[in-house]
Ligand binder design. Structure first.
Ligand SMILES: C[S@@+](CC[C@H](N)C(=O)[O-])C[C@H]1O[C@@H](n2cnc3c(N)ncnc32)[C@H](O)[C@@H]1O
Length: 300
């Protein structure tokens, strides 16, 4: 166990509503997660987004079924691993920008994914140790690994909430135990809005999450877009794998998620082109990678 003990990181927040899973106590190694009837929560027979993404990133936290779904996508769209890597790099640059340029010290990261290099709290707390982060995901395997992402700096806080993005009221209510929602918060929606089937519902979730946050709060979004035929075909096949579908949206639709906010330069662009580090790796295919990212601030 590294740093702060997992048990101190308030995982008691995880099971709250009737439908939420029951976690008796969270220690590492994490006990088998079960629902209230004792049935296992982690289903290794159905592919899951977080685990497939882990496969594309070269991680180890996935099952055969996830690998098969991931390989099927790669067969149709071989650039998927590059897209996943560019996506994660965007997360790191966005967090760094939010800390250094916007002065944000609180993060609500919805659709956390499995722990990987450069998790939000690691980047933020390396720059500002007092940063406070609440992670939210609905995948039980992410819950099982939550302990790994909760080894936070003593000055800051990192918390994990097992919840569904479709329930922003619950997310905000429970996040308020760790975050002061009267102070600026950066809401991070990285690769999760495309899992919200209906566009109007996805927009409503974004609106609700941002609605009551104070001026100075920020929104960071990344999602795949529909500008590449092979990627579109691959994501159609992904939906047929049994995983929750990933709905590619147009650049205009992704940009509209930021309505009412001020987009910071360079706006909503392919992730490799969003504020690349001058000395960072040059993405040869830069503008061609069909994943868009943007950051905006709340002015009123
Ligand atoms: C493509 S992964 C991205 C992970 C991470 N944000 C990143 O950028 O690497 C999408 C994540 O969203 C989570 N997710 C999908 N639908 C969700 C929902 N309705 N509520 C909460 N999390 C969800 C998945 O479990 C997965 O961890």
């Amino acid at each position: 166990m590294r740093g702060r003990a997992v048990g101190e990181c308030d995982l008691a927040h995880a099971p709250q509503s009737g439908a939420a899973p029951h976690v008796a106590s969270v220690r590492w190694p994490v006990p088998a997660l079960t629902d209230q009837d004792g049935a296992p929560l982690i289903d290794s027979t159905v592919p899951h987004s977080a685990r497939i993404f882990d496969f594309w990133l070269g991680g180890k936290d996935h099952f055969d079924v996830d690998r098969s779904a991931g390989e099927r996508v790669l067969a149709t769209f071989p650039a998927m691993t590059e897209l996943a890597r560019c996506s994660r790099q965007f997360v790191g640059r966005a967090v760094r920008y939010l800390v250094e340029e916007e002065g944000v010290r609180q993060f609500l990261d919805v659709g956390t994914g499995l722990p990987t290099a450069g998790n939000t709290h690691e980047v933020a707390q390396q720059l500002a140790p007092d940063s406070r982060i609440v992670y939210v995901d609905n995948d039980p395997l992410v819950l099982a690994h939550a302990g790994e992402v909760l080894t936070c700096s003593p000055e800051g806080a990192a918390d994990y909430l097992h919840a569904d993005a479709h329930d922003p009221d619950r997310i905000l209510a429970e996040a308020s135990r760790t975050l002061d929602l009267d102070k600026p918060v950066a809401v991070m929606l990285m690769g999760v809005l495309a899992h919200i089937d209906r566009y109007d519902v996805a927009r409503a979730i974004v609106h609700r999450l941002m609605q009551d946050l104070p001026v100075g709060s920020c929104l960071a979004i990344r999602d795949g877009t529909d500008t590449d035929e092979a990627y579109k075909t691959a994501m159609r096949e992904y939906g047929e794998s049994g995983a929750v579908p990933y709905r590619l949206r147009s650049p205009e639709e992704i940009t509209r998620f930021f309505s009412g906010l001020e987009l910071v330069d360079p706006g909503v662009v392919p992730c490799p082109l969003w504020r690349p580090y001058p000395d960072g790796p040059v993405a040869a295919s830069g503008a061609a990678v069909p994943v868009l990212g943007g950051v905006a601030r709340k002015l009123r």
